[in-house]
Design a binder for this molecule. Sequence first.
Ligand SMILES: NC(=O)c1ccc[n+]([C@@H]2O[C@H](COP(=O)([O-])OP(=O)(O)OC[C@H]3O[C@@H](n4cnc5c(N)ncnc54)[C@H](O)[C@@H]3O)[C@@H](O)[C@H]2O)c1
Length: 264
Amino acid sequence: MVAGMFRFDGKVVVITGAAAGIGAAAAKMFSDQGAVVAVTDVNMELAEKTVSEIAAAGGKAKAYYCDVSSRESVDSMIDEVTADFGTVDVMVDNAGGTHGAVHSGNIEEYTDEEFDGVVKRNLYGAFYLCRKVIPMMKEKRAGKIVIVSSGAGRTTSRSEFGRIPYAPSKAAQLGLMRQLALECAPFNIQINGVAPGLIKSTQYIEDNWNTNTPEQKEATLKKIPAGRRGTSEEIAAGILFMASEEASYVTGHCLDINGGSLMM
Ligand SMILES: NC(=O)c1ccc[n+]([C@@H]2O[C@H](COP(=O)([O-])OP(=O)(O)OC[C@H]3O[C@@H](n4cnc5c(N)ncnc54)[C@H](O)[C@@H]3O)[C@@H](O)[C@H]2O)c1
């Protein structure tokens, strides 16, 4: 980071799915830049570990339970954060994924429940979070929202698992992001997305990656111009930029961070 830029001194940053992977990397990076971080997740053990690591580095963070697929859970988490720290300045909607659809079937193999579970986690999660924080941001005429979508939402998913519900739910997150960016621009609220490519993040993602044979891994990496998977920190850096004051004239935009994959 450039000294004096991308600072978040005293800003209250809420990150969902922040116990591990991209969310945890973002939590640590925001803290390094002066933010107070609400580390929210369904895995409280790992969330507390992330908070301890932030505290050990001299930062301020607190863990909160939040299942983004539940309206009640999202509402009560944001209420708790505002009770503790007074406001939300930055909201990062990071929790998402293919939960409940861990097979590689085609459309005829998907149940309603599998489709619903993934849409709930990705699209409804974004909807619940935005609906809860935007009124307070409109009132103070300031706010930043970053939605973590996916390359799958920009083009298609080539993952082994959960392609059918994942790709449309990640694309829909970006549709919501643009619609809300339009609504909120006059209130000085910037709403943007980041679309990660293939990222080495959590153990869950690593286990999925390791179901590939060495030949399959090599074929996948050949489709990435950079020739490798990205890191959680490389996505976190994009999230921080989108949430920064330096990006005050950027809204309704999705930043692709994928080693050049979209060019292939
Ligand atoms: N890793 C990749 O290659 C990749 C690529 C594109 C997009 N993404 C997106 O990045 C985001 C983060 O993914 P990741 O790879 O860091 O990790 P991940 O998807 O494995 O999970 C990150 C965290 O989310 C938490 N989580 C799971 N379900 C939740 C829920 N319902 N509510 C709240 N938290 C929940 C988990 O406990 C975990 O700590 C996701 O939205 C994912 O779709 C990841």
